[in-house]
Unconditional design. Structure first.
Lengths: 14, 257
Protein backbone atom coordinates (compact mmCIF):
# COMPACT_ATOMS: atom_id res chain seq x y z
CA UNK A 1 0.00 0.00 0.00
CA UNK A 2 1.42 3.37 -0.97
CA UNK A 3 0.21 6.96 -1.03
CA UNK A 4 1.08 9.77 -3.37
CA UNK A 5 3.59 12.24 -1.93
CA UNK A 6 3.13 15.98 -2.44
CA UNK A 7 5.80 18.42 -3.53
CA UNK A 8 5.44 20.55 -0.39
CA UNK A 9 6.76 17.60 1.62
CA UNK A 10 10.08 18.00 -0.20
CA UNK A 11 10.35 21.66 -1.22
CA UNK A 12 9.56 24.69 0.91
CA UNK A 13 7.71 27.76 -0.40
CA UNK A 14 10.14 30.48 -1.46
CA UNK B 1 8.72 47.35 -21.94
CA UNK B 2 9.28 43.76 -22.91
CA UNK B 3 10.36 42.50 -26.32
CA UNK B 4 11.63 38.98 -26.90
CA UNK B 5 12.42 37.82 -30.41
CA UNK B 6 12.89 34.11 -30.96
CA UNK B 7 14.05 33.16 -34.47
CA UNK B 8 13.32 29.48 -33.89
CA UNK B 9 9.68 30.11 -32.98
CA UNK B 10 8.86 26.41 -33.16
CA UNK B 11 10.68 25.99 -29.83
CA UNK B 12 8.06 28.09 -28.08
CA UNK B 13 5.26 26.16 -29.78
CA UNK B 14 6.81 22.89 -28.56
CA UNK B 15 7.30 24.25 -25.04
CA UNK B 16 3.60 25.06 -24.77
CA UNK B 17 2.56 21.67 -26.08
CA UNK B 18 4.89 20.11 -23.48
CA UNK B 19 3.40 21.83 -20.43
CA UNK B 20 -0.23 22.68 -21.17
CA UNK B 21 -1.53 19.25 -20.21
CA UNK B 22 0.06 19.47 -16.76
CA UNK B 23 -0.65 23.09 -15.87
CA UNK B 24 -3.69 25.24 -16.67
CA UNK B 25 -2.61 28.75 -15.62
CA UNK B 26 0.90 30.00 -14.94
CA UNK B 27 2.96 33.14 -14.46
CA UNK B 28 5.70 33.65 -17.01
CA UNK B 29 8.54 35.60 -15.39
CA UNK B 30 10.86 37.84 -17.36
CA UNK B 31 14.15 39.08 -15.98
CA UNK B 32 17.64 39.86 -17.24
CA UNK B 33 18.40 36.14 -16.87
CA UNK B 34 15.67 35.00 -19.19
CA UNK B 35 12.10 33.91 -19.67
CA UNK B 36 11.02 31.42 -17.02
CA UNK B 37 8.08 29.70 -15.43
CA UNK B 38 7.49 27.56 -12.39
CA UNK B 39 4.11 25.95 -11.88
CA UNK B 40 2.57 22.97 -10.16
CA UNK B 41 -0.26 20.78 -11.33
CA UNK B 42 -3.55 21.21 -9.47
CA UNK B 43 -2.85 18.34 -7.07
CA UNK B 44 0.68 19.59 -6.19
CA UNK B 45 2.25 16.29 -7.18
CA UNK B 46 4.17 17.52 -10.24
CA UNK B 47 5.98 20.75 -10.99
CA UNK B 48 7.31 22.20 -14.21
CA UNK B 49 10.24 24.60 -14.32
CA UNK B 50 11.07 26.27 -17.63
CA UNK B 51 14.05 28.47 -18.40
CA UNK B 52 14.82 30.10 -21.72
CA UNK B 53 18.00 32.11 -21.20
CA UNK B 54 18.10 35.66 -22.55
CA UNK B 55 21.19 34.87 -24.68
CA UNK B 56 19.11 32.37 -26.64
CA UNK B 57 16.89 35.11 -28.06
CA UNK B 58 17.93 37.11 -31.10
CA UNK B 59 16.68 40.21 -29.30
CA UNK B 60 15.90 40.34 -25.59
CA UNK B 61 14.65 43.51 -23.96
CA UNK B 62 13.26 43.38 -20.45
CA UNK B 63 13.48 46.77 -18.75
CA UNK B 64 12.29 45.48 -15.39
CA UNK B 65 11.23 42.16 -13.94
CA UNK B 66 7.78 41.27 -15.14
CA UNK B 67 5.39 38.45 -14.25
CA UNK B 68 2.68 37.70 -16.79
CA UNK B 69 -0.20 35.42 -15.86
CA UNK B 70 -1.46 33.34 -18.76
CA UNK B 71 -3.89 30.54 -19.40
CA UNK B 72 -1.68 27.99 -21.14
CA UNK B 73 -4.49 26.62 -23.26
CA UNK B 74 -5.05 30.12 -24.63
CA UNK B 75 -1.31 30.64 -25.25
CA UNK B 76 -1.30 27.35 -27.10
CA UNK B 77 -4.26 28.49 -29.24
CA UNK B 78 -2.33 31.64 -30.15
CA UNK B 79 0.94 29.85 -30.90
CA UNK B 80 -0.76 27.23 -33.04
CA UNK B 81 -1.45 30.11 -35.45
CA UNK B 82 2.31 30.56 -35.96
CA UNK B 83 4.00 28.59 -38.72
CA UNK B 84 6.72 26.17 -37.72
CA UNK B 85 9.34 28.30 -39.47
CA UNK B 86 8.01 31.61 -38.15
CA UNK B 87 9.97 34.02 -36.02
CA UNK B 88 7.98 34.70 -32.84
CA UNK B 89 8.23 37.96 -30.90
CA UNK B 90 6.56 38.55 -27.52
CA UNK B 91 5.78 42.14 -26.64
CA UNK B 92 4.26 43.74 -23.57
CA UNK B 93 4.16 47.32 -22.33
CA UNK B 94 4.73 48.12 -18.67
CA UNK B 95 1.49 47.89 -16.74
CA UNK B 96 -0.40 46.45 -19.69
CA UNK B 97 -2.92 43.68 -19.16
CA UNK B 98 -2.18 42.14 -22.54
CA UNK B 99 0.70 40.42 -24.30
CA UNK B 100 1.21 40.45 -28.05
CA UNK B 101 2.58 37.53 -30.02
CA UNK B 102 4.00 38.60 -33.38
CA UNK B 103 4.59 35.96 -36.02
CA UNK B 104 6.85 36.71 -39.02
CA UNK B 105 7.23 34.30 -41.88
CA UNK B 106 10.88 33.50 -42.74
CA UNK B 107 10.86 35.67 -45.88
CA UNK B 108 8.97 38.48 -44.10
CA UNK B 109 6.00 38.36 -46.50
CA UNK B 110 3.48 37.72 -43.73
CA UNK B 111 3.37 39.41 -40.36
CA UNK B 112 0.65 38.66 -37.81
CA UNK B 113 -0.15 40.17 -34.43
CA UNK B 114 -2.13 38.21 -31.85
CA UNK B 115 -2.98 40.05 -28.66
CA UNK B 116 -3.91 38.02 -25.62
CA UNK B 117 -5.38 39.10 -22.30
CA UNK B 118 -3.25 38.47 -19.22
CA UNK B 119 -4.71 37.26 -15.95
CA UNK B 120 -3.90 37.54 -12.25
CA UNK B 121 -2.66 34.25 -10.88
CA UNK B 122 -1.81 33.51 -7.27
CA UNK B 123 1.02 31.11 -7.77
CA UNK B 124 2.94 29.31 -5.08
CA UNK B 125 6.65 29.33 -5.75
CA UNK B 126 8.67 26.52 -4.26
CA UNK B 127 12.37 26.76 -3.50
CA UNK B 128 14.14 23.88 -5.21
CA UNK B 129 17.57 23.37 -3.66
CA UNK B 130 20.49 22.02 -5.62
CA UNK B 131 20.71 18.34 -4.70
CA UNK B 132 23.18 15.54 -5.20
CA UNK B 133 21.33 12.78 -6.99
CA UNK B 134 22.03 9.11 -6.34
CA UNK B 135 21.59 8.23 -9.99
CA UNK B 136 21.37 10.14 -13.24
CA UNK B 137 20.16 8.37 -16.37
CA UNK B 138 20.50 9.97 -19.79
CA UNK B 139 18.68 8.16 -22.55
CA UNK B 140 16.94 8.78 -25.90
CA UNK B 141 13.75 10.71 -25.18
CA UNK B 142 11.72 8.64 -27.64
CA UNK B 143 12.78 5.46 -25.84
CA UNK B 144 11.68 6.86 -22.48
CA UNK B 145 8.33 7.94 -23.99
CA UNK B 146 7.84 4.48 -25.46
CA UNK B 147 8.55 2.81 -22.10
CA UNK B 148 6.10 5.06 -20.22
CA UNK B 149 3.40 4.49 -22.83
CA UNK B 150 3.91 0.73 -22.91
CA UNK B 151 3.91 0.33 -19.14
CA UNK B 152 0.79 2.45 -18.68
CA UNK B 153 -1.18 -0.12 -20.65
CA UNK B 154 -0.34 -2.64 -17.90
CA UNK B 155 -0.29 -0.63 -14.67
CA UNK B 156 -0.75 2.80 -13.07
CA UNK B 157 2.64 3.18 -11.41
CA UNK B 158 6.23 2.65 -12.43
CA UNK B 159 9.08 1.58 -10.19
CA UNK B 160 12.33 3.04 -11.48
CA UNK B 161 15.33 1.20 -10.07
CA UNK B 162 18.94 1.98 -10.86
CA UNK B 163 21.61 -0.58 -10.03
CA UNK B 164 24.97 -1.30 -11.57
CA UNK B 165 23.12 -3.63 -13.97
CA UNK B 166 21.23 -0.70 -15.50
CA UNK B 167 17.93 1.12 -15.08
CA UNK B 168 14.79 -0.98 -14.63
CA UNK B 169 11.25 0.27 -15.23
CA UNK B 170 8.63 -2.03 -13.68
CA UNK B 171 4.88 -2.04 -13.36
CA UNK B 172 2.15 -4.41 -12.28
CA UNK B 173 -1.55 -4.44 -12.91
CA UNK B 174 -4.60 -6.69 -12.99
CA UNK B 175 -3.52 -8.47 -16.17
CA UNK B 176 0.08 -9.08 -15.15
CA UNK B 177 3.38 -7.29 -14.75
CA UNK B 178 6.20 -5.91 -16.87
CA UNK B 179 9.88 -5.11 -16.47
CA UNK B 180 12.02 -3.18 -18.94
CA UNK B 181 15.76 -3.00 -18.30
CA UNK B 182 17.95 -0.52 -20.14
CA UNK B 183 21.67 -1.06 -19.84
CA UNK B 184 24.32 1.54 -20.31
CA UNK B 185 25.12 1.70 -24.01
CA UNK B 186 27.63 4.15 -25.35
CA UNK B 187 28.66 2.19 -28.46
CA UNK B 188 26.16 3.90 -30.74
CA UNK B 189 26.50 5.79 -34.02
CA UNK B 190 25.17 9.06 -32.64
CA UNK B 191 25.68 10.45 -29.12
CA UNK B 192 21.94 11.12 -28.73
CA UNK B 193 21.26 7.39 -29.06
CA UNK B 194 23.37 6.53 -26.02
CA UNK B 195 22.10 5.44 -22.63
CA UNK B 196 24.41 6.69 -19.91
CA UNK B 197 23.94 5.76 -16.27
CA UNK B 198 25.85 7.60 -13.55
CA UNK B 199 25.20 5.90 -10.22
CA UNK B 200 26.50 6.97 -6.83
CA UNK B 201 24.34 4.40 -5.03
CA UNK B 202 21.41 2.16 -5.98
CA UNK B 203 18.00 3.82 -5.87
CA UNK B 204 14.44 2.59 -6.34
CA UNK B 205 11.39 4.86 -6.41
CA UNK B 206 7.73 4.53 -7.41
CA UNK B 207 5.89 7.12 -9.51
CA UNK B 208 2.46 7.60 -11.05
CA UNK B 209 2.68 6.79 -14.78
CA UNK B 210 -0.01 9.32 -15.65
CA UNK B 211 2.39 12.16 -14.83
CA UNK B 212 5.37 10.50 -16.51
CA UNK B 213 3.32 10.19 -19.69
CA UNK B 214 2.40 13.85 -19.43
CA UNK B 215 6.10 14.80 -19.19
CA UNK B 216 6.84 12.93 -22.40
CA UNK B 217 4.83 15.57 -24.29
CA UNK B 218 8.19 17.39 -24.24
CA UNK B 219 9.81 14.67 -26.38
CA UNK B 220 9.75 16.78 -29.61
CA UNK B 221 12.01 19.33 -27.88
CA UNK B 222 15.02 17.09 -27.42
CA UNK B 223 16.46 13.78 -28.62
CA UNK B 224 17.58 12.97 -25.10
CA UNK B 225 16.06 13.08 -21.63
CA UNK B 226 17.84 13.11 -18.28
CA UNK B 227 16.23 11.41 -15.28
CA UNK B 228 17.74 12.29 -11.90
CA UNK B 229 16.82 10.11 -8.93
CA UNK B 230 17.48 10.28 -5.22
CA UNK B 231 15.79 8.41 -2.37
CA UNK B 232 13.00 10.46 -0.88
CA UNK B 233 13.33 13.31 -3.38
CA UNK B 234 11.10 14.11 -6.33
CA UNK B 235 12.48 12.74 -9.60
CA UNK B 236 13.65 15.32 -12.14
CA UNK B 237 12.89 14.62 -15.78
CA UNK B 238 14.76 17.17 -17.88
CA UNK B 239 14.51 18.04 -21.56
CA UNK B 240 16.94 20.59 -23.01
CA UNK B 241 15.40 23.37 -25.11
CA UNK B 242 18.00 23.66 -27.89
CA UNK B 243 21.05 25.40 -26.39
CA UNK B 244 18.97 28.07 -24.66
CA UNK B 245 17.53 26.36 -21.61
CA UNK B 246 15.44 23.50 -20.30
CA UNK B 247 12.12 22.15 -19.16
CA UNK B 248 12.41 20.26 -15.88
CA UNK B 249 9.55 18.21 -14.54
CA UNK B 250 9.59 17.28 -10.86
CA UNK B 251 7.40 14.45 -9.63
CA UNK B 252 6.88 13.47 -6.01
CA UNK B 253 7.29 9.72 -5.43
CA UNK B 254 4.72 7.36 -4.03
CA UNK B 255 5.39 6.77 -0.34
CA UNK B 256 5.05 3.35 1.28
CA UNK B 257 2.55 3.50 4.15
Amino acid sequence: KSSQGRLESFFKPS
Amino acid sequence: MLELRLVQGSLLKKVLEAIKELVTDANFDCSATGFSLQAMDSSHVALVALLLRSEGFEHYRCDRNLSMGMNLNNVSKMLRCAGNDDIITLKADDGSDTVTFMFESPNQDKIADFEMKLMDIDSEHLGIPEAEYHAIVKMPSAEFARICKDLSSIGDTVVISVTKEGVKFSTRGDIGNANIVCRQNTTVDKPEEATIIEMQEPVSLTFALRYMNSFTKATPLSNTVTISLSSELPVVVEYKVADMGYIRFYLAPKIED
